[in-house]
Design a protein around this ligand. Structure first.
Ligand SMILES: *Cc1c(COP(=O)(O)O)cnc(C)c1O
Length: 392
């Protein structure tokens, strides 16, 4: 098939994607092509992406250290700003060490492809992020996919596969807050299975960092606010991004010192890429300080989520009773064309709500993915709700 034919097929299936430029900063209110829109699609959950303090930190870092890092970390690109950010991240996450990556995509490719080798086994939730899936592929390990958050299914596969003989590594990997569904992984139970079946446990906190947990450290903090099970000291890998709630760019892996040493020596997407620049590192550092010092930002986000749910019986019902608060609110439509139409209709009314289609989500689960921010006003949320109620 030629690429022209392939493009036609994409069009025919209502799966064609385009890029729409935004002319303003990333905020609750954005400008696109002269049109003002309320942004309900961003992962900038705390509204930090345009915070004056992050901007000043970035500008100051540019004045002192310039715009580029000039080389990969292992050549001459490892600046003191990287090391300071890594110390901060380790302290924030309660681990011995942390390592910064150029993006969450890089971090997932790095960890999984470095740790897991041919002959090893990865147990992966079926709704895990694409970067986890690609990391699994790159590793050449055997991949066993378990049904979404289904522990009995996972345990079945764990029993079926060969026990961790000497030399064979096993890894259970999961999103902590699922990116397109907003629900939470059953972490405590996954940790028990990891221990029982001698597996590493890797948790992708991309949507939980800065948001979930008593002080915004992620789902790991929510589940184990004080002491984590001893088994996890060596075998838990916490990954998260700095580009979503933290309003900056890049990602981290937090864990044991040996894990970080190992990644520096083995992770190709870490080794063979130019290091993050000073501005980005300084903005990330400032963002973590703000997350630590301003719990009221998280509180405002949760107030907005409660406000949203209060005004929609539809969502209360479709999300179910076991649903715990999250800023990601999926509205499942189940058809690409319909989902696109709804998204376009909302766009015309002044709301930016993305149409999420295959392959980001499985076929027949196409959806509008609504995300809330701490900086939305109650009135803005009510406006969205009124328009949604009219459409549904
Ligand atoms: C966004 C996301 C990533 C990738 O992070 P980036 O920093 O955007 O590359 C990884 N995992 C999950 C679950 C995500 O949602």
């Amino acid at each position: 098939m030629s690429i022209q034919e392939e493009l036609k097929t994409i069009h025919k299936n209502h799966l064609y994607r385009t890029l729409r430029p935004i002319d303003s900063a990333q905020d609750a209110l954005i400008q696109s092509n002269g049109k003002s829109l309320l942004n309900f699609s961003s992962n900038n959950y705390l509204g930090l992406a345009n915070d004056p303090r992050l901007k000043s930190a970035a500008i100051e870092a540019i004045e002192l250290y310039g715009t580029g890092s000039g080389a990969s970390r292992l050549i001459t690109g490892s600046m003191s700003l990287h090391h300071q950010l890594e110390e901060k991240l380790a302290q924030f996450k309660g681990t011995t060490s942390a390592l910064v990556f150029n993006s969450g995509y890089h971090a997932n490719l790095s960890v999984i492809s470095a740790l897991m080798r041919e002959g090893d086994v990865i147990y992966s939730d079926e709704l895990n992020h694409a970067s986890i899936i690609d990391g699994c592929r790159l590793s050449r390990a055997q991949v066993k996919v378990y049904r979404h958050s289904e522990l009995t299914h996972l345990e079945e596969i764990l029993r079926e596969t060969a026990p961790a003989q000497s030399g064979i590594r096993r890894l259970i990997v999961t999103d902590s807050i699922f990116s397109m569904d907003g629900d939470r992984a059953p972490l405590a139970e996954l940790a028990r299975l990891a221990e029982h079946y001698d597996c590493w446990l890797m948790v992708d906190e991309a949507h939980a960092t800065g948001v979930i947990g008593p002080s915004g450290k992620g789902l790991v903090e929510e589940v184990w606010p004080n002491q984590r099970p001893a088994y996890l000291q060596e075998r838990l890998i916490q990954m998260g991004t700095l580009g979503k709630a933290l309003g900056s760019f890049g990602a981290y892996v937090a864990g044991s010192q040996e894990l970080v040493e190992f990644l520096i020596n083995r992770a190709r997407p870490f080794i063979y890429t130019t290091a993050l620049p000073p501005s980005v590192l300084a903005a990330s550092f400032k963002a973590i300080e703000i997350v630590e010092q301003e719990p009221e930002r998280r509180e405002r986000l949760w107030e907005n989520v409660r406000e949203f749910l209060k005004s929609s019986r539809y969502f209360q019902k479709s999300l179910g009773e076991s649903w715990e608060l999250s800023p990601i609110l999926p509205l499942i439509i189940g058809d690409s064309q319909k989902t696109l139409k709804l998204s376009q209709h909302l766009f015309e009314k002044g709301f930016w709500v993305g149409a999420i289609r295959y392959p980001t989500v499985p076929p027949k689960t196409e959806r509008l993915r609504i995300t809330l921010m701490a900086t939305h006003t109650k009135d803005q949320i009510r406006q969205l709700m009124e328009n949604l109620n009219e459409l549904l």
